[in-house]
Design a binder for this molecule. Structure first.
Ligand code: ZN
Length: 119
């Protein structure tokens, strides 16, 4: 069996309206089918608008993802992911970004408080 991800990438490159070239997506993230390795995250846009255009590709795709029962869409970038617990709202990438954001905000708060003491 040929590599599904490879075939998806080739199909998306030709048919996806949001594919921006060089593995990028116009939705301001890397295209999920152009990442390294055999795993890939799910893309709502591709699932709704692109992949069903190819019967063979789509049925192969469904075969894999019907097994992923608990899939959720990331509230930040709409990538579909399989949460490791029920409260998880973000995909792996966004969870990482969120953590960084929170850290930055925290540091800003600390600095602000410090300034208030000094004035
Ligand atoms: Zn995300």
């Amino acid at each position: 069996m040929s590599n599904l991800k490879h075939d998806l990438a080739r199909y998306v490159k030709e048919h996806c309206a949001t594919y921006a070239g060089n593995g990028r997506c116009h939705l301001d993230r890397p295209c999920v089918y152009f990442t390294d390795g055999d795993d890939f995250e799910r893309c709502i846009y591709a699932e709704n608008c692109v992949l069903p255009g190819s019967d063979t590709l789509w049925s192969r795709y469904l075969n894999i993802h019907n097994q992923a029962v608990n899939s959720k869409a990331c509230v930040r970038c709409a990538v579909i992911f399989d949460p490791t617990n029920n409260r998880q709202k973000y995909c792996k990438n966004c969870a990482k970004e969120r953590r960084k954001e929170r850290q930055r905000n925290y540091m800003r708060e600390v600095r602000k408080r410090k300034n208030n003491y000094e004035t």
